[in-house]
Design a protein around this ligand. Structure first.
Ligand code: BG6
Length: 245
């Protein structure tokens, strides 16, 4: 009925790009942040931040990991700095704070929409008696869930704030998904992971989860499969249709 193996009791959903369209807003904020940074650092050698950079180094990872990973791919290492660094500080925290300033502004301007197919899927999962958790690297997870009116479905949330507080390793490490399963009293084998990011699918695979659903929002079905997705869909509603057929 909901397109999952019978052994699954628990659904762990990534947020940005799986339940809501906010992955595009994050990408826009990152592009503005990194292009600004790279241009200021080396105007003549400027090479823009691309969709490929986002998918490979930033998407799905906690904010500071995204800063470090992408800059390291360009041979740049910054000092960590402090959490309250100003947005123009040339530190990991400063660059991350600039991105957060931009993404909050973009979210306020554009609003947050849930994917209709994801809302239908959440309703079906809830009605089928499955436990529902959200596991997101974003420190803005609670705000986005509320803005999309999705908090009512969520029994456990592991977000960027929880990850930082508990010192968990970010995706592609499985820690945040393992914490989500534990919070809902499920073993990894009993839990399904729903992810659009390559790092997130890799985290689901690394954690030995019972079923990993790759959600293809960025024309990268083959890469999602290569990272360990058991199935790839363009929209969660496809799982309901598969179940009906
Ligand atoms: O900067 P935030 O809101 O804490 O989010 C961290 C990351 O959260 C993930 O959900 C997004 O895929 C990333 O793009 C984002 O960078």
């Amino acid at each position: 009925m909901i397109g999952l193996p019978d052994s699954i009791t628990t659904c762990l959903f990534d947020l940005d790009g799986v339940l809501t369209g906010t992955a595009a807003l994050h990408k826009q904020a990152w592009k503005e942040t990194f292009d600004e940074f790279l241009r200021a650092r080396d105007p003549d050698g400027f090479a823009e931040f691309t969709d490929r950079d986002y998918a490979d180094h930033v998407d799905g990872r906690p904010r500071a990991d995204g800063v470090r990973e992408f800059l390291s791919s360009r041979g740049i290492t910054l000092p960590e700095g402090e959490p309250d660094d100003p947005v123009d500080a040339r530190t990991v925290n400063g660059v991350g704070n600039r991105k957060n300033e931009l993404v909050l502004r973009i979210i306020d301007e554009q609003g947050v929409s849930p994917y209709p197919g994801s809302v239908r899927y959440l309703e079906a999962a809830r009605d089928a008696g499955l436990a529902i958790g959200v596991v997101t690297s974003s420190a803005n997870g609670a705000k986005v869930l509320d803005a999309a009116d999705l908090s009512r479905f969520v029994r456990a949330r592991v977000d960027g704030l929880v990850i930082a507080e508990r010192g968990l390793r970010g995706k592609p490490a499985p820690d945040s998904f393992l914490a989500g399963a534990q919070a809902l009293g499920a073993t990894p084998a009993q839990a399904a992971v729903f992810e659009d990011a390559l790092a997130g699918v890799a985290a689901g695979k690394a954690g030995g989860f019972g079923y990993v659903i790759g959600v293809n929002r960025a024309d990268q079905a083959d890469q999602l499969r290569a990272r360990g997705a058991d199935v790839v869909v363009d929209d969660l509603a496809e799982l309901l249709e598969a179940g009906d057929g």
